[in-house]
Design a protein around this ligand. Structure first.
Ligand SMILES: Nc1ncnc2c1ncn2[C@@H]1O[C@H](COP(=O)(O)OP(=O)(O)OP(=O)(O)O)[C@@H](O)[C@H]1O
Length: 228
């Protein structure tokens, strides 16, 4: 398994009203999984647990056979950079850095991932071209791009150096239906070419037929929500 959660429990510090429990969640190598859930059902909390930006109060989150809670903070940051490509809802690009520098950013913290890329700038350009980004934009600042182009840069940054797992948090929410379909075509072409596992979060069930498996927050997690 590329990703395995077992008996995970989490409560935000100081927020007694909300708790999330996930008995089991797995994603296999090369598998694509769509995770559906209502707003407030804990999807972002779950992704933070998977990325190791928060640690479970109980249970384990295992990526590529490593329990991420067992790593020290710095080692966990490096491990995440090596193993996980993340596409956030807001893309989180560095606004004043060039497109190329934004894409190469995760490699700075991930020597093994860096080693899979012999010529980093050329690889960034190849991925961008596969994602339909014109070569002229490579030197442009991220802020100069359209939303659709920024989204492709975020995808290229997640894909570079072939991390085994891609986590995507509502990456299509800013797009119309046609652009959504085109975006998923590009994303799947890349993940399938490299046997990359994909866990994507959305509230849109219409995306489901593109994925190997669709799961719902209410089926995999128990959420406790009490009035504050
Ligand atoms: N950083 C945080 N600190 C404290 N509480 C938080 C934090 N992030 C989320 N929560 C709380 O956790 C609960 C679940 O929120 P979460 O963002 O995980 O849900 P979601 O399914 O991702 O929602 P949405 O689809 O609206 O993004 C909410 O009660 C929220 O207030």
């Amino acid at each position: 398994m590329v990703l395995a959660l077992s008996d995970v429990g989490y409560r935000w510090p100081g927020r007694a009203g909300f708790s999330l429990t996930v008995p089991e969640l797995t994603v296999a190598k090369a598998e694509s999984v769509l995770l559906l859930g209502e707003s407030g059902s804990g999807k972002s909390t779950l992704l933070s647990l998977i990325c190791g930006t928060i640690l479970p109060d109980q249970g384990s989150v295992t990526i590529a056979d490593t329990n991420i809670a067992k790593l020290s903070g710095g080692a966990r940051d490096r491990f995440r950079a090596e193993q996980v490509g993340v596409i956030f809802q807001q893309f989180n690009l560095l606004p004043f850095a060039s497109v190329t520098d934004n894409i190469l950013l995760p490699l700075r913290f991930a020597p093994a991932r860096r080693q899979r890329v012999s010529d980093a700038a050329a690889t960034a350009a190849t991925i961008c071209s596969a994602l339909g980004l014109p070569a002229e934009v490579m030197g442009a600042k991220a802020t100069a791009l359209s939303v659709g182009q920024q989204q492709r840069v975020a995808v290229a940054r997640a894909l570079i150096g072939q991390p085994p797992l891609i986590i995507a948090d509502e990456p299509t929410s800013a797009l119309d239906a046609t652009s959504q379909a085109a975006f998923l075509d590009l994303l799947f072409a890349q993940t399938q070419a490299h046997d990359t596992s994909l866990l994507m979060v959305s509230h849109d069930p219409r995306l489901g037929d593109r994925f190997d498996r669709v799961i719902r927050m209410e089926d995999i997690a128990q959420i406790e929500r009490a009035a504050a």
